[in-house]
Design a protein around this ligand. Sequence first.
Ligand code: MF3
Ligand code: CO
Length: 260
Amino acid sequence: MIARRRDDEIDRIDRACRVVRTILDELAEMARVGTTTAELDRHAEARCEDFGARPAFKGYMGYPAALCVSVNEQVVHGIPGPRRLESGDLVSIDFGVLLDGYYGDSAITCLVGEASEADRELSRVTRECLMRAVEQVRPGRRIGDIGRAVEEHATAHGYGVVREFVGHGIGTRMHEEPQIPNYRTNRTTPRIEAGNVLAIEPMITAGRPEVRVLADGWTAVTRDGSKAAHWELVVAATPEGPRVLGDPVAAGCGEERNRA
Ligand code: MF3
Ligand code: CO
């Protein structure tokens, strides 16, 4: 069963997503040459307090930090630490909060210092995959339409689609039904109904799509060492169409980031 949320519930998820968006926007500004990934994590956790929110990842299945910060060939679930960002790094920052009983969850990819044209393209196309997927979040479409939209656009650019991690329903738990693969499946998938709230999160690689998890038990990296990008938004299906939660446009999310 995919939860169907009332408008007032969707508004509360929206408020959680706004906190996530605001903090991610600050982190995008901080993600410059010389910043450590632990500094980003400390900022996120401190800012949560200002909003009366709780970092959703910390303690989740034993995860040790508020943020996932995944650099270059790291795809997702990179653990913040003493690593300093360098010019040319491609950094995905994934962040979630619990506010007033409801979850927000979002990810951005940032380009640090002098970014290569190839990295800009990878991040841009990954975000395009996300926005094409968002367009599918309408009553009557199927969950499988989301993955098809992502896969079609990614493979048209010769990129890999990560299969080991998926998007998810979200609301009063961070991960709710359904799972949302970023690739086409032959199975019949549920129809999307008004009130469904979905976290869509394509993870796209410049090379092969296979990943492995490092000895820390979390960090997923591409097996071939190619770079990966990750963008995530929460979207509600409404009778009028997709409603992206957390006001991504006003907060400037989605602009490609390239900070010195
Ligand atoms: N956005 C990721 C997800 O939806 C974050 C989970 S990371 C964890 O799965 F650390 F919390 F596990
Ligand atoms: Co998520």
